[in-house]
Design a protein around this ligand. Structure first.
Ligand code: FE
Ligand code: FE
Ligand code: ZN
Length: 278
């Protein structure tokens, strides 16, 4: 089944997000656990969650994906920035257990001049301190474009984080099409080769989600500016190959394109019309 949704900026509660998703033809969605710039999260209303889970069951909504605040940087040189990231993520993971069995997407962080090895070490330390035994949520490390000192520009860096963690069976990857393209992986002309490389270095069994975004910039630009589907340098044809690729087509896809809800509804309809089979 084609599992497609978009990032919802509404944070009025789970039921509201579920209804919004259905209204634009989605059967999944991504959401921020709190204000994207960090800060405190609204208390979870168990009644709202209960209604949402019922609604999801009836309306075939699955694989909702939480996105951590952009400001979390567990690889910072500043201990107070690291502490904030750690405390926020720990709280997010506790909240995620209200909707068990879903994924939590995280930008690994930026090493801000300390070097990639030190950055990776710090990220591993954070993950190991916040992921608790018995939780059902999988943490997804997002593939990054490599702007500034971002960690996660290469598959090797993501693999190194997983290898270093005691909790590696709880960690997976979310592939962002704009980010890998900007990072220099040629998903337009050699999607098969990129996936082979992903498989060799990380393992495709660890790939749990795909962010579908076109890119304003060119391959290898390390910029990270999302474009609407078909309006960037990846293009609609390549995107259609991505959603139908046998190694990807069963994964959940999430749009993070510059759109309001009507634009997302259009993109979902376009991609759905190009998805082969059910
Ligand atoms: Fe992201
Ligand atoms: Fe993304
Ligand atoms: Zn991005």
């Amino acid at each position: 089944m084609f599992r497609i949704g978009c990032h919802l900026s509404v944070t009025k509660g789970y039921l509201e997000m579920g209804r919004t998703a259905v209204s634009i033809g989605a059967n999944t969605f991504q959401f921020f656990t709190r204000n994207p710039r960090g800060g405190s999260a609204k208390a979870i209303d168990p009644e709202d969650v209960h209604k949402f889970l019922e609604f999801s069951e009836k309306n075939n909504i699955k694989h909702i994906l939480a996105h951590a605040s952009y400001t979390l940087n567990g690889a910072s040189a500043d201990p107070s920035v690291r502490r904030f990231a750690t405390e926020t993520m720990a709280d997010d993971l506790k909240r995620m257990e209200f909707t068990p069995g879903n994924c939590y997407n995280l930008h690994p962080g930026s090493h801000v001049g300390q070097g990639i090895d030190e950055g990776i070490k710090l990220v591993i330390g954070m993950l190991d301190s916040v992921i608790e035994e018995g939780q059902s949520t999988k943490i997804l490390l997002e593939t990054m474009a490599g702007k500034g000192s971002e960690i996660g520009r290469t598959f090797e860096e993501l693999r190194a984080i997983m290898d270093g963690s005691r909790m590696q069976d709880r960690i997976g990857v979310c592939l962002d099409t704009c980010h890998v393209f900007d990072a220099g992986y040629d998903i337009v002309n050699d999607l098969g080769g990129v996936l082979d490389e992903f498989n060799d270095i990380i393992g495709l069994d660890r790939l749990k989600a795909v962010h579908v975004n076109d890119s304003v910039n060119s391959a290898g630009s390390h910029k990270d500016r999302h474009a609407r589907i078909g309006e960037g340098n990846i293009g609609l044809e390549a995107m259609v190959r991505i959603i139908n690729e046998p190694r990807l087509r069963k994964l959940p896809f999430y749009l993070e394109t510059p759109n309001e809800l009507p634009g997302y509804a259009d993109e979902i309809a376009v991609l759905r019309s190009h998805y082969v089979g059910q």
